[in-house]
Design a protein around this ligand. Structure first.
Ligand code: NAD
Length: 260
């Protein structure tokens, strides 16, 4: 059990990558908090974990709202006594060419990915410091934290920004044994990606099969999607690695799409 009794908040855990991370952490003994905009779906994931013998709770959290983030973290601390691990994972995708990118959509993207990461970090750090046990903060980046793709200006900007935040949190958190790292997955077939396939086909004027093979997986070594399990394994590594030796890093898990 790599996370026995560790309190782990996972944002955006009602679906996709976050859900798999939550289930994996629960199997490793973590007390898992399913924090999501969609409270009903979050409760369903928590119920699934509890039914399987794990410990979990759901909390309604819009990561762009300072008030909701703080209230939600306070609820977790009241229930479980502290916070040991934060996975800032909630995210969405909006694609447009730059000249057509609505400013409101740009701001929404930066709010969810960057304000969300900042606000959740700001809310958990005092609890990690006060408990004196250190902690692990994990940001869900992307290959787009390292590389760019057409139509994704806001996403690429936000995902690159997470690396800067991670490095700063590593330095400020270091004396308190608070570690910060970024996971950078390639394409994973979650609802977020399923939605993009027809959108990109339309925007690029190609078939959906071509979006998958010639755009999304073109640069991989084997034409395969990364899986939610692949990403959850890396999250477990960062969450369970109990030393400052591994901090300020970003790890790409992408079937070789991007090589450092
Ligand atoms: P998903 O759509 O399956 O799940 C995203 C979850 O985030 C949903 O449950 C949604 O309700 C929640 N959410 C959205 N806005 C929120 C908000 N304001 N506050 C709280 N919760 C909110 O998506 P996914 O593919 O699992 O993506 C999870 C993360 O992984 C995102 O940050 C995404 O950018 C990143 N990522 C995904 C891929 C991929 O290919 N799927 C690749 C690299 C990185």
């Amino acid at each position: 059990m790599k996370l026995q009794d560790k309190v782990c908040i996972v944002t955006g855990a009602a679906s996709g990558i976050g859900k798999e991370i939550a289930m994996t952490f629960a199997r490793e003994g973590g007390k898992v908090v399913i924090a999501d905009l969609n409270k009903d779906a979050a409760q369903a994931v928590a119920d699934e974990i509890v039914a399987a013998g794990g410990v979990a709770m759901a909390t309604a959290m819009d990561v762009t709202s300072e008030e909701q983030v703080n209230a939600s973290v306070a609820e977790v601390v009241a229930a479980y006594g502290g916070v040991d691990v934060l996975v800032s994972n909630a995210g969405i995708q909006i694609v447009h060419p730059i000249e057509e990118f609505p400013f409101a959509d740009w701001k929404k993207m930066l709010a969810i990915h960057l304000d969300g990461a900042f606000l959740t970090t700001k809310a958990v750090m005092p609890h990690m410091k006060a408990a004196g046990k250190g902690g692990s903060i994990i940001y869900m980046g992307s290959v787009h934290s390292k590389e760019a793709s057409v139509l994704k200006s806001a996403y690429v900007t936000a995902k690159h920004g997470l690396i800067g935040l991670c490095k700063t949190v590593s330095k400020e958190g270091g004396p308190h044994r608070i570690r910060a790292n970024v996971i950078c997955p390639g394409f994973v077939r979650t609802p977020l990606v399923e939605k993009q396939i027809p959108e990109q086909a339309k925007a690029l004027g190609i078939s959906e099969a071509d979006v998958i093979q010639k755009v999304m997986l073109k640069e991989t070594v084997d034409g395969e999607f990364t899986t939610v399990q692949d990403v959850a394994e890396v999250a477990l590594l960062f969450a369970g690695f109990n030393s400052n030796a591994l901090t300020g890093q970003s790890l790409v898990v992408s079937h070789g799409w991007f090589m450092q």
